[in-house]
Design a protein around this ligand. Structure first.
Ligand code: GAP
Length: 545
């Protein structure tokens, strides 16, 4: 590319623009590659069944990964449910409320999914490329035309080619949309001069327009099929017979298990509205295009709350949960620069929802949803009441007005993904810096989330140091996930723990025998301090809070 030439796709001088976009994209993708590689190398995440070539959209958490994910789920469960005090209103809550948990089966009576609308409506539009054999979600393909930058909008010219590229209008950088068609764009630029890109909305549903669309990697236009609805639920059969009567589904969300147990919880748990029911568990979706590491998987875990309240109070509770859930990520270390709360426009809302916001995180591959918080009105309970014929209305025996005693509550649903949260915490934590002139990779995970909380080392393997270090390690292990290591130079042992995300290392050295103190090193600052051996457990407990 000639220095100083104009960029074919915008008005910025070409070399500046292309370099800037390419550099930013490369930096982000490099970060993602490095993170995926660290996850594999250090035992965070492995491709599922890798020795047989893996299974697309499925991942296994290794020894460190499982601890990270368990810590995320524990933090969620503790903060949302078990440590919740129902006797007083948390600051900024409209009032006090109760919280209980559930653990429902993954397989349920299939009528659940008819009532919820998943059998009829849990579809993504899918298109196939007959030439490259690739499959895309139609709503994640942008179709566009390339026009001279100074041209006025005009009808499509005869034989004009359209281009399709993975992405989303308004979200994906133009340079990325151009990338699969760069060569053609270059030759067009030679004819027309500077170019601009104009999205053609609805092109895939229109047969004549679709015939002009060049798919990514395809040589000729017209290779994409019309969009077809593709149901994302995994089907299976329960029992020995494989017929229609035995069909069951792997749940695509944990929420419905909560709705169908609403009455049982009300009857047994002495809960009063407002209250929430939380659940953590696996969910399965036959995603058309699993991608971005664990971000879009076919098997994943959700952490969902269905919060039941009086309809007239639902807006206040919606705002409370939206803001509280956003803050939860901040408290656990995600920076507010990378977090974004996106309130949905009215026309984006599901037909039953009266409010919805996404907590989004700036992943290296773009700003994407971590969690959704929705006001689902009384839609789900009403559906299950209508289809099951069971009265799911709540009875408030303390309501003085008899007409208001029995009603269907509204539901506020904060719905998070444990795997997406794990990925966001890993992306945020990944850091390369220099210590004492030496490069290091460090995972700056919040101490509550770090898989190993403390590593204990003897400085050298002699003079009673291993014995003292082992005794400290054995004492700490009963309270914290601790790790003992006596092999290699002390600097290398620190580096290994930095990369694993261990926030504290404690070293027993020659001075320990004299005055009973040890060196405590903090991962992020690398600062060291001497503390009495007996003070270590208290120090750690304080820092884990
Ligand atoms: N009950 C509402 C519900 O399931 P959703 O937006 O489809 O809403 C909620 O899913 C959360 O579950 C998402 O914000 C995301 O964190 C997680 N999630 C959904 N699909 C996922 C997938 N294919 N892979 C990983 N996580 C996913």
């Amino acid at each position: 590319m000639g220095r100083g030439a104009a960029c074919p796709f915008c008005c910025v001088r070409r070399y500046t623009c292309a370099l800037r976009v390419a550099a930013a994209r490369k930096k982000n993708m490099d970060l993602m590659e490095k993170l995926v590689s660290l996850c594999k190398r250090r035992g965070y995440v492995f491709p599922s069944s890798e020795i047989y070539g893996g299974l697309n959209g499925c991942w296994d958490y290794g020894p460190l990964g499982v601890e990270l994910k368990r810590n995320i789920k524990k933090a969620w469960w503790d903060d949302m449910i078990s440590h919740h005090d129902e006797t007083s209103a948390p600051s900024s809550a409209p009032g006090s409320f109760g919280m209980v948990g559930l653990d429902c089966s993954i397989l349920m009576n299939p009528t659940v999914w008819q009532a919820s609308g998943h059998v009829g409506g849990f579809n993504d539009p899918m298109v196939d490329c007959r030439e490259t054999k690739s499959r895309y979600r139609a709503d994640q393909l942008v179709v566009y035309r390339l026009l001279a930058a100074d041209s006025v909008p005009a009808p499509l010219a005869d034989e004009e080619l359209l281009y399709a590229a993975p992405g989303e209008v308004g979200k994906t950088a133009e340079a990325d949309l151009i990338e699969p068609h760069r060569k053609r764009a270059e030759s067009l630029r030679k004819k027309l001069g500077e170019l601009r890109l104009e999205p053609v909305v609805g092109a895939l549903s229109d047969a004549s327009l679709r015939a002009r669309v060049l798919a990514p990697g395809a040589k000729a236009p017209g290779s994409l099929t019309a969009p077809r609805a593709f149901n994302l639920m995994f089907k299976t059969n329960v029992g020995a017979m494989e017929d229609n009567a035995s069909i069951a589904y792997l749940r695509p969300e944990t929420a419905q298990g909560i709705f169908v147990n609403f009455k049982s919880v009300c009857d047994t748990a002495r809960v009063r509205i407002p209250f929430g029911i939380g659940q953590i568990g696996k969910a399965f979706r036959n995603e058309i295009n699993p991608r971005n590491f664990t971000f879009r998987s076919r098997e994943f875990e959700q952490m969902e709350i269905e919060f039941f309240c009086r309809p007239e109070e639902a807006d206040d509770w919606y705002r409370y949960w939206r803001d509280r859930r956003f803050q939860w990520y901040v408290n656990l270390g995600l920076s507010t620069d990378r977090l974004h709360l996106r309130e949905h426009d009215r026309d984006e809302l599901a037909h039953y929802a009266s409010g919805c916001a996404d907590v989004e995180y700036a992943f290296p591959f773009g700003l994407s949803e971590l969690e959704g918080i929705a006001n689902r009105t009384d839609f789900d309970l009403r559906q299950h009441m209508d289809v099951s014929g069971k009265d799911l209305r709540y009875f408030d025996d303390q309501e003085p007005d008899a007409d208001k005693r029995r009603y269907l509550p509204y539901v506020i649903e904060p719905s998070a993904g444990a795997d997406r949260a794990a990925l966001a915490f890993l992306c945020e934590a990944y850091c390369e810096d220099e210590v004492g002139g030496e490069a290091r990779t460090v995972l700056k995970l919040h101490p509550r989330l770090a898989p190993i909380k403390v590593a204990v080392f003897p400085l050298v393997k002699k003079d009673g140091m291993p014995e003292r270090a082992l005794s400290l390690y054995r004492g700490l292990r009963t309270q914290f996930h601790a790790f003992y290591d006596e092999k290699g130079a002390i600097g290398r042992r620190y580096r290994r723990q930095d990369e694993a995300g261990t926030p504290f290392c404690v070293t027993v050295d020659g001075q320990t025998a004299d005055d009973g103190t040890v060196t405590l090193r903090e991962r992020d600052s690398c600062e060291q301090q001497r503390l009495p051996v007996d003070a270590i457990a208290g120090f750690l407990a304080e820092r884990m809070a």
